[in-house]
Design a protein around this ligand. Structure first.
Ligand SMILES: CC(C)(COP(=O)(O)OP(=O)(O)OC[C@H]1O[C@@H](n2cnc3c(N)ncnc32)[C@H](O)[C@@H]1OP(=O)(O)O)[C@@H](O)C(=O)NCCC(=O)NCCS
Length: 425
């Protein structure tokens, strides 16, 4: 006998890629998952829909209603030494609160990563909303983001600064100038910084207000550029200010940097000094910077720059160990046998890394005895240079199978700067 008051087991939602007609409901589900007002206007649907690569955009459907979202798009990630690898950039990951913890994210992730492997992408990348979500899929944190707040009065900088002393100059420019000079400048920057990612034209349109993704009013930022003595644009900054006066009628304004892009230390120094010399600005919030950013040491009193945020930022899932390890350069010649564990994918196994004196390396599967055992996620962290093998051994995450192996790994993998990804996606 069938008890007639027992609810039937709910059918698992169907997961599929989108057609153009699906976009409005998919955006509604995305907004819901991110706790934003769910209604999406026609203009917003058009603007946001145009950024979707539909064959790489998944939705989960309970009946006709979209209850989970996931998308990916092509990206280039710079690795140590300046080469780039093709990356599967993952974004817009949400599962509606009514459908969480039933495996929907896991199903969408597996589909996406399998497609990325089939396309030959070397890594998958994402920015994690919360730390515990993505380790289970083999992602490890590979860059750290740091934000400082500078107390301008304490910097020791000359408030009467009248421009760079190196023959260069700082000028205010308009959004059109930024769209003209920005892409090439960014391309130069990102090829020199492990952890940096490519930006498309859309990024510059959104960043300069040409393309609006929501109905929220656009606040036009200020833009300034640094030109070297030879006339070359070497730096750009986008910043905003609040309008805040204290009880004694003194200005107490905070300049918030949206982004500051520089390809030379001179440009970086000049733009920070410019920001710290604007009348009425008493505090500068730096926005997302590298943990080893030069800014504090540009200030006569580095303590004027206080760290207000520090957190993991870009996460990477290596999809091809051999190509990933061969793409970067190495600080010393040597060999290392790694036993990689991979519970959520096919990349586990033993790999022999052979680094040559010119910094290049080969990597192939091997049957030789392993010197270090580590997870695919920890390999990503070490690969881009944001941590050391000795530290991960101390934390119990990496195991030395041969004494001294961690220090050999660190000698090979050592980098001169921390990796940095200034972007969110
Ligand atoms: C994060 C999110 C997408 C997970 O979706 P989901 O469909 O519930 O995930 P799954 O059911 O596939 O979970 C897989 C595993 O991850 C765990 N997990 C999922 N989200 C987690 C979280 N936020 N914190 C800790 N563990 C989490 C689940 O418990 C499950 O573990 P188990 O296999 O041991 O049972 C969903 O909770 C969500 O939309 N959150 C709000 C938006 C968000 O943070 N999106 C991520 C943007 S980067």
């Amino acid at each position: 006998m069938t008890p007639h008051n027992t609810p039937e087991a709910p059918e698992a939602p169907l997961i599929r890629t989108l057609t153009p007609e699906d976009i409005p409901d998919w955006l509604r589900a995305l907004n819901t998952g991110f706790l934003r007002p769910p209604a999406v206007s026609k203009e917003e649907t058009e603007a946001r829909g145009a950024g979707l690569v539909l064959p790489r955009t998944q939705g989960a459907y309970d009946g006709n209603r979209c209850v989970a979202t996931f998308r990916s798009f092509p990206q280039q990630l710079t690795v140590v030494g300046g080469a780039t690898v093709p990356a599967d950039a993952i974004s817009s990951v949400t599962v509606s609160p009514t459908h969480r913890r039933r495996g929907l994210l896991t199903r969408m992730m597996e589909t996406d990563l399998a497609a990325a492997r089939a396309r030959g992408e070397v890594v998958a990348t994402l920015i994690a909303a919360e730390y515990p979500i993505y380790g289970r899929y083999g992602f490890g944190p590979v860059t750290t983001t740091t934000e400082w707040t500078v107390d301008v009065a304490r910097t020791g900088l000359d408030p009467r600064w009248a421009g760079p002393a190196d023959g260069g100059r700082v000028d205010l420019v308009d959004a059109d100038d930024v769209r003209r000079a920005g892409p090439a400048l960014h391309d130069r920057f990102r090829r020199d910084r492990p952890g940096a990612i490519s930006r498309d034209d859309r990024w510059w349109q959104i960043g300069t207000g040409v393309l609006r993704l929501s109905a929220d009013p656009w606040k036009e930022p200020f833009y300034a550029q640094y030109r070297s003595a030879s006339g070359e644009i070497e730096g750009l900054v986008s910043y905003e200010s609040d309008d805040n006066w204290d009880d004694s009628n003194q200005p107490q304004n905070t300049a918030t940097v949206n982004w500051l892009l520089a390809v030379t230390p001179a440009a970086e120094r000049a733009l920070w000094q410019y920001l710290c010399s604007i009348d009425w600005i008493t505090r500068v919030r730096t926005g997302r910077r590298a943990p080893d950013d030069l800014l504090p040491q540009f200030l006569p009193d580095p303590r004027a720059a206080r760290i207000t945020t520090q957190s993991d930022w870009l996460w990477v899932r290596i999809l091809d160990v051999e190509r990933a390890l061969e793409a970067r350069t190495y600080a010393a010649a040597g060999t290392l046998v790694l036993e990689v564990t991979d519970e959520s994918g096919p990349d586990g196994g033993r790999y022999l890394l052979r680094a040559a004196a010119d910094g290049t390396a080969t990597c192939a599967r091997t049957t030789e005895d392993a010197q270090l055992t580590l997870s695919i996620a920890d390999l990503a962290t070490l690969w881009l240079g944001d941590d050391s093998a000795e530290r991960l051994v101390a934390l119990g995450r990496v195991r030395e199978r041969q004494e001294g192996a961690a220090s050999i790994a660190d000698a090979l993998l050592r980098t001169s700067r921390r990796p940095w990804c200034p972007d969110i996606f």
